[in-house]
Design a protein around this ligand. Sequence first.
Ligand code: GRF
Length: 201
Amino acid sequence: MKRVAVLASGRGSNFQAILDAMQSGEINSARCCGLITDNPDAYAIVRAHKAGIPVKLLDYRLFSSREEYESQLVRAMHETDADLFVLAGYMRILGKKIVSGFAGKIMNIHPALLPSFPGLHAQRQALECGVKVAGCTVHLVDEGMDTGPIILQECVPVLEGDTEESLSDRILLREHWCLPRAVQLFCEGRIRVEEKRVYIL
Ligand code: GRF
């Protein structure tokens, strides 16, 4: 069994989707060994407590510098002894040191069809651009912003009259489908990366 740690800053519905998939057996090659969060008010913490998952809270506001926060984050990540780290609504950019120190072991879910609309407010960016198809991407994390090798993508239609909220809700359902599958593939050892391309074995 692989060990999966999740980093989340807020609601944690993607974290929950992973826990549910572990519970149902959809993810059968891994267990969740911890939640790391930068936000004491994150609802993800409540979800972790309900599921008996250990929580490491690193309240970003209590650190005097980003460097200090990141050195504690590295320590917390090592302490989980995880094989895979999943960024599930983790709202901070990971520093280069962390990304290179855990190279190939960090996965992120982004609510857009990358490489379109990286960064914040991806769904709003998509609406403003007038695209007809939107979606989500699970990718490995590299040193860029939402630029790492793409593991899975799912698309949804953009409907007339969509608001940021309605489009986000539609995409979120696909996120909950995609992310657990990517975790399972990773933990089964079925992901091979060559340059920018991911091959599913
Ligand atoms: C999701 O839309 C995810 O793609 C993005 O942040 C949001 C987190 O939602 N990175 P939740 O906390 O998992 O509910």
